[in-house]
Design a protein around this ligand. Sequence first.
Ligand code: MN
Ligand code: MN
Length: 307
Amino acid sequence: MPLYVTGHKIPDSDSICSAIAVAYLKNQLGIEAVACKQGDINPETRFILERFNFEEPMTKISYAGEELFITDTTDLALCPDDVLEAKVVGVVDHHKLGDLTTTTPLEGWIRPVGCSNTIVKQMFDFYGVEIPKDIAGIMLCAILSDTVIFKSPTCTKEDTKAVKELAKIAGIEDPKALGMEMFMIKSAVEGTPIRDLVMRDFKDFNMSGTKVGIGQLEVVDLSVFDDKKEALLEDMRALKEEGGRHSVLLLLTDIMKEGSELLVVSDDKAKIGKAFGKEISGESVWLEGVLSRKKQVVPFLEDVFRA
Ligand code: MN
Ligand code: MN
């Protein structure tokens, strides 16, 4: 029975690339491991995998009775539904500590850095295992994605150091240029069904017993959404009802202007506004300097829902 390695639901590039890298590392250490994913990959991840000639990891959503290593989350809501019936032997993550518990001791790699793949790089170094060129490439891309090409306030010296070292291994001379190429792919939203856009990077959070869904779309120019906002809001209203959510929020992040327009559909708009010290008159509010859902959005919402 192999060890399965998977990232969170609605996988992003960090989840997919860290699962591939950790599975490779485990195999090098003599533990048979298989990278998995919990859902379809997004266009950015497809670009990364094609660029470095990787197959998509297999889709697997049920792990009862199996050994599991989780990457890029410790939130139960983002883990496989039957994760508590699996034997979780390890986690690597860079988010707030979630509510996952285990029945046996585990290997824990949790650090306040910009990307899980930065920590995976440190795992390779710890075990003295060489990183192959192609794996270095996907790890580097994941770090550029999570740190918004080093612009996010979540980015640390450890992330830039990891990218520097991985670029050397992968033979990539200009990581920032590769990052921009990735974000151009992300910005190509034309022709994508509205629901796919809302769900592309969507996470549900349990905020003191209240279900709040928060999506994020990062683009190089917000004007791509000019004729889409109404449709996005309409779909967010539907999503709110379907999932019994208190609020559905969507961050439209402009990585060049370095800020986000927050679209808000909520039972209590004033409460959402309060989290950011803003009054929301319509259905959206500009948040200057906000690039990170994890660091600049979720904690402030949790504060107002806790109050
Ligand atoms: Mn992630
Ligand atoms: Mn991540």
